[in-house]
Design a protein around this ligand. Structure first.
Ligand code: PEP
Ligand code: MN
Length: 351
């Protein structure tokens, strides 16, 4: 953090600030220029608010934050190294990370019944997926839309897990359901609409299952990383970020704008693994393959793709869901891109 004093700021005022900042445990370092004095603050500045600091003296011209406000999520926190999130699934350990093969998560938007979830699990596994996704508790814009089958859907996910050997990723909307969800899920998802539900973030941070944190639909990258910071600060180091598209101005042809530029940006800012969800990102199954391939080329560590055995009959998000056959084809295409960058091992190589 840097405090720039106005030119002509009295020395007594600068000394007063110096003493006050020292009393907070900081080390102010004064740089005297020709016209202005600048105070560099060394120490724990992550929780200081620049606007509040500005109020300390009418002689302060501006306060600049040099380091990011997210500390544990920052790349520097791990000395520039990427972190890995290791997940134990029935089939063994799956690792999310920059130096690992790309992980694919696939499955329906919602868990609808036993047959569809078990069938989908088997099909996506045969195509190379490592995780089954599927919502038991669904965040829907309309209260009249299908809300998910809740607890009974968790039982069906447990059955699909056993039948397929896949890990399970499912969303928690209400902290009251967390324990029940974490008993079945290998990774707990926090959805876009809850990215800034700070009470929920603290709760998922205080339990042991890894957390997939989706980007809020209007969240900046900094807000997203601050949300991850909540989980990390609460004690859970296993956070995976998921870009799922943000709101821009076109909603006619795409549901969201998939921000693939977030991938290299996150890579430079954070050590956390990155997932891309081209299904919610575009809203249309026909656009999913192009964006999935682009996400791999841009450096994602994982993909989350909606797959439904009969998208026309899906209770939620049918238009953006691939059929199992389409998913199988896509995985073969993804293998080509993944192999080209040396990050593919979970699907048959396209001959
Ligand atoms: C989902 O993954 O089904 C979902 C609701 O996603 P998002 O929170 O990104 O809208
Ligand atoms: Mn969905």
């Amino acid at each position: 953090m840097i405090i720039v004093m106005q030119s002509g700021a009295p020395e007594t005022e600068i000394d007063r600030l110096d003493a006050e900042l020292q009393s907070w445990g900081l080390k102010p370092e004064k740089i005297v220029g020709r016209y202005k004095v600048v105070i560099g603050l060394v120490g724990e500045t992550a929780d200081l608010d620049p606007l509040q600091l500005q109020e300390m003296s009418p002689w302060i011209e501006q306060v600049l934050r040099v380091e990011a406000p997210f500390k544990r999520a920052s790349r520097q926190f791990r000395h520039g190294e990427a972190s890995e999130v290791r997940v134990t699934t029935p089939d063994g350990e799956v690792i999310f990370g920059e130096h690992q093969p790309i992980i694919t998560i696939a499955g329906p938007c919602s868990v609808e019944n036993e047959d569809m979830i078990v069938e989908t699990a088997k099909r996506v596994k045969a195509a190379g997926a490592k995780f089954l996704r599927g919502g038991a508790y669904k965040p829907r814009t309309s209260p009249y839309a299908f809300q998910g089958h809740g607890e009974s859907a968790l039982d069906l996910l447990a059955k699909a897990r056993e039948a397929s050997g896949l890990g399970i990723i499912t969303e928690v909307m209400d902290a009251a359901d967390l324990e029940r969800i974490a008993a079945v899920a290998d990774v707990v998802q926090v959805g876009a609409r809850n990215m800034q539900n700070f009470a929920l973030l603290k709760k998922v941070g205080a339990q042991d299952k890894p957390v997939l944190l989706k980007r809020g639909m209007s969240a900046t990258i900094e807000e997203w990383l601050m949300a991850a910071e909540y989980v990390l600060a609460a004690g859970n180091p296993n956070v995976i970020l998921c870009e799922r598209g943000i709101r821009t101005f076109d909603s006619r042809y795409t549901r969201n704008t998939l921000d693939l530029s977030a991938i290299p940006v996150l890579r430079s800012l954070t050590h956390l693994p990155i997932t891309v969800d081209p299904s919610h990102g575009t809203g249309w199954s026909s656009y999913v393959p192009a964006m999935a391939k682009a996400a791999i080329a841009a450096g994602t560590d994982a993909l989350m793709i909606e797959v439904h055995p009969n998208p026309q009959k899906a209770l939620s998000d049918g238009p953006q869901s691939l059929t199992p056959d389409a998913f199988d084809n896509l995985m073969q295409e993804l293998a080509v891109v993944g192999n080209a960058i040396g990050r593919w091992q979970n699907a048959p190589v396209f001959a």
